[in-house]
Design a protein around this ligand. Structure first.
Ligand code: NAD
Length: 492
């Protein structure tokens, strides 16, 4: 009875995202019975392919998954290819015909999910044509799933939003932020709202600062063309990091429903302090990785990568400070950082609690200091959390030492847990928008990012590249916290 009924139309069906994420995720949903008889997928792209050729691409994308050939063939049989230029209105008529035929054939109840897995330049025109050429159905549901990036700045995002809203209502739009599909990001809510000892202390009376780290070991690789015009601020901070900060900062929702959560997210984002240009200059640090030799192997610098200008000013690293100006968080900085080619791949949140008013053990202590309590939420590559507490050192005397209470999911358990795209696709089929971003959230985070981008564009960096591949980023990122008397908890 869990079976979902829908027609997927994937724009960009020959692309990297479709092959690496969408087809494997759809297959897992198929294996679990969420997709069974009543689903079909139309893949579109410009090239003139036959269904069989397309189905082979789908089959090839399932390489890493254990399944019988029969099961895979049956699944792939639900896939259809339509050569389609998204700017050509006549092509939508052909697409509509195919959609209607499949609707009949598989009894899809006119439920349609449109997945835009292609360049954002085309999002507006696709949305427009879906309506004007009447591919949108009146009987079933119509849901639009949109990939990042959603705009380049506030203005372009608002324009794109307007274009899409001309065809879709806000509650039909599912803006993907795949970080919201990750197990431990979703776990933030469980840790906060399921635990008295956590939620009671979740405010500026007990928390000193919060640190969000999205550290990547890889360089820009194949995405340089896009990355050159985006940079780390747009690629990671405006969306993923801001979303994580929002989940950490929001008030408890009335219930754990999409509507109530959304309400709280939007509310807390209204309290996000938008820096003045002077503050942005002070509160944000940017970096770009240079070459390095590690274990005898030379890693190229960002400027040497394909499709990157030899004097590129694009930042591959950002560290900065966000602040929510409300009763709960006034005075608690949210330090955030992200970068490519750093020492280690790690996504985590460190919640650093305030120190006790006094240390009664100091006579026995080597350095007179009790460490901070720290709650760490590990998001990637391991998933779990740890709580650092101070305990008595074994033996005579009363020296203390920090002890970590650790919980990590086993690799086997996380291996079986659904991948982000799988979760999000199922959510969209269920009409659950909890883990997607609302326009009101995006508009606020763009306004926040825009100030920093503007200051940066007016002051070209003179010290790029300013961190070596395999390091933890530019020195200035450490100074950002040192200035406030703090330091980054995570260092590789
Ligand atoms: P891609 O370049 O691999 O694929 C683009 C697809 O669009 C291809 O199928 C191509 O045939 C099709 N296309 C291009 N112009 C067309 C036209 N005029 N008419 C019809 N089809 C056309 O891109 P991708 O990496 O799959 O990314 C797709 C989207 O997903 C982008 O918005 C990207 O930013 C986003 N995204 C991708 C990833 C990823 O891992 N690849 C991750 C996050 C977000």
């Amino acid at each position: 009875q869990n079976e979902k009924v829908a027609l997927f139309i994937i724009f960009g069906g020959s692309g990297d995202l479709a092959r690496r994420k969408l087809y494997p995720s759809l297959f897992r949903l198929y294996q679990k019975g969420y997709l069974s008889r009543h689903f079909a997928v139309i893949g579109t792209a410009r090239r003139p392919w036959e269904n069989d050729y397309y189905r082979q691409i789908v089959v090839d994308s399932l390489n890493d998954i254990q399944a019988t050939d029969e099961q895979i063939a049956e699944f792939a049989g639900h896939f259809y290819y339509q050569s389609h230029d998204v700017t050509n209105a006549a092509h939508y008529t052909v697409l509509k015909k195919l959609a209607d035929t499949l609707d009949q054939k598989y009894q899809l109840q006119h439920n349609r999910i449109y997945y835009l897995a292609m360049s954002p330049n085309f999002f507006g025109t696709i949305a427009k044509h879906l309506k004007s050429e009447q591919i949108l159905t009146t009987a079933g549901f119509n849901r639009l799933i949109i990939e990042k990036p959603f705009g380049h700045d506030y203005e372009s995002a608002a324009e794109l939003n307007q274009q899409i809203r001309a065809s879709f209502e806000e509650d039909q739009i599912y803006r993907i932020d795949h970080y919201l599909g990750k197990e431990m990001v979703q776990n933030i809510a469980a840790i906060r709202f399921g635990n008295n000892i956590i939620e009671s202390l979740w405010n500026n009376r007990y928390i000193d600062n919060i640190q969000i780290t999205l550290s990547e070991a890889l360089g820009v690789e194949e995405r340089a063309g896009y990355y050159e015009s985006a940079g780390a601020m747009r690629d990671m901070v405006q969306n993923h990091i801001s979303q994580i900060a929002t989940l950490l900062a929001m008030e408890p929702p009335v219930s754990f429903s999409a509507r109530d959560i959304r309400h709280e997210k939007i509310k807390v984002l209204r309290s996000l302090h938008i820096d003045t240009p002077e503050e942005a200059q002070h509160n944000f640090v940017r970096g770009q990785y240079g070459p390095a030799v590690i274990d005898g192997q030379r890693l190229e610098g960002y400027r040497e990568a394909n499709n990157v200008a030899s004097d590129s000013k694009t930042e591959t690293y950002v560290a900065g400070k966000m602040e929510f100006e409300n009763y709960r968080w006034a005075g608690v900085p949210f330090y955030v950082r992200t970068g490519k080619r750093l020492a280690k791949k790690e996504t985590r949140v460190d919640i650093v609690y305030k120190q006790l008013p006094t240390n009664i053990f100091k006579a026995a202590q080597d350095d007179n200091k009790l460490g901070h309590n720290i709650l760490t939420i590990f998001i990637e590559p391991t998933e779990g959390f740890s709580l650092r507490v101070n305990a008595k050192r074994l033996g005579q005397g009363f020296a203390t030492r920090p002890v970590d209470l650790n919980f990590r999911h086993s690799a086997a358990a996380t291996g079986n847990s659904p991948e982000a795209y799988e979760r999000l696709l199922l959510d969209a089929m269920n009409g659950d928008s909890t883990n997607f971003t609302h326009w009101d959230e995006l508009s606020q985070t763009w306004k926040f990012a825009d100030v920093v981008e503007k200051v940066w564009s007016e002051n070209t960096p003179t010290d790029f590249p300013n961190y070596a591949s395999g390091s933890m980023g530019p020195k200035a990122a450490d100074e950002l916290l040192a200035r406030d008397g703090r330091h980054w908890i995570f260092s590789a």
